[in-house]
Design a protein around this ligand. Structure first.
Ligand code: TXA
Ligand code: MG
Length: 335
């Protein structure tokens, strides 16, 4: 199949493809998604096969407004409405008990469904025009860094899906914050994103950060979110995180330098940095915006091994840290 590259003026074509049960690469404010009608089992199966995604890893269902969540769920806590008032539309995904309108393929066999109301005008318009709930995982080949441009999607998905809409570079660059509900005033962060723990605390009595956000699962431990257990965000290069000050980082890289070795460092680190490097921004928001793109670029230049300056795991930095330790397969060197 030839994959059409559409522009933002061709949203009607994309909406018709969704109605026809096809898969389309769609820009959102977080990353690009691989969208299809969440209520159409065949369409959803096409997403799994295009990505090579394990069948037990559930998809997020995107709606035009949070008020539509009642159509797909059996219960919505009051706290979810309060969160929606503040963060929907936006980069927050809430896990809720699902009803039969969401097929089991979409929810990876779980009895819950993850709901998000995206803010990006293109994604929003496609949901409205097609009149469908849209399931959309990140539009990368399973295990590879998430795409933040239409060109990244084309690189991974050309020939596998019907079309991609070019909506420019994703605003945030990391995927949405995924939460579940513990009780009437407590949520659990299953995946950190640009809606931070501190932001959630303005609405919730308590916010728990799931242990799997910062470290790997123990052997035989059950994941609260299936996505936690899979290898993720990994380019071909071997990624190694280094938690250290700049001097310690430079010394370590020097001792382990060789062919194809690169460093991924902060913008402020470059003066007198003696080895091959790329930068990924000066603060957490910039790092979120750039991290996946830089991992892809390191593959383009055939980096073999990449030492990464670790961000502070607080605020949006927690999201960046979470993606990087996964891309490093939890290989972290603390100096
Ligand atoms: O920003 C985003 O969330 C992007 C854009 C396209 O909306 N989507 C995205 O989807 O990142 P995906 O499939 O790449 O990641 C969804 C994550 C996975 O880790 C999955 O396991 C988890 O959310 N998830 C989905 N449904 C769940 C559920 N019912 N319970 C627990 N975790 C769930
Ligand atoms: Mg993903």
């Amino acid at each position: 199949m030839e994959t059409l590259l559409l522009n933002e003026g061709q949203i009607d074509i994309a909406s018709q493809l969704i109605i026809d049960g096809e898969v389309v690469g769609i820009p959102t404010e977080t990353v690009y998604g691989l969208g299809a009608d969440a209520s159409n089992e065949n369409a959803v199966r096409k997403i799994f096969s295009a990505k090579g995604r394990p069948a037990d890893n559930p998809l997020i269902v995107h709606l035009a407004d949070f008020s539509e969540a009642v159509r797909y769920t059996t219960y919505i806590p009051e706290l979810a409405y309060r969160l929606a008032e503040k963060f929907c539309p936006g980069a927050l995904t809430m896990v809720l008990p699902k009803n039969d309108r969401i097929p089991s393929v979409t929810s990876g066999g779980l009895d819950t469904v993850a709901i998000r109301v995206p803010a990006h005008p293109v994604m929003h318009r496609i949901i409205e025009l097609s009149g469908k709930p849209i399931s959309a995982p990140s539009a990368n080949i399973s295990g590879y860094p998430s795409p933040t441009t239409a060109q990244h999607v084309m690189r991974d998905m050309n020939g596998r899906i019907s079309a991609v809409i070019d909506g420019g570079q994703s605003e945030f660059g990391v995927e949405s914050t995924v939460i579940s509900f513990e009780n009437e005033n407590t949520v659990r962060i299953l995946r950190p994103g640009c809606v931070t723990e501190k932001m959630l605390m303005t609405v919730c009595g308590n916010v728990i950060v799931d242990k799997a956000v910062l470290s790997g699962l123990e052997k035989d431990e059950k994941a609260s979110s299936p996505g936690m257990k899979y290898k993720h965000y990994s380019p071909k290069a071997d990624i190694i995180m280094i938690e250290s000050d700049l001097d310690g980082f430079i010394k370590y890289v020097g001792e382990n330098y060789g062919d194809g070795v690169y460093s991924l460092i902060f913008d402020g680190d470059t003066e007198n940095f003696p080895y091959r490097y790329m930068t990924y921004g000066a603060d957490s928001l910039q790092q979120a915006h750039q991290v996946f793109q830089k991992l892809r670029e390191l593959d383009d230049i055939n980096a073999r091994k990449v030492y990464v300056r670790s961000p502070e795991p607080i605020g949006v930095g927690l999201a960046v840290y979470n993606r990087l330790i996964r891309s490093a397969g939890f290989e972290v060197i603390r100096l």
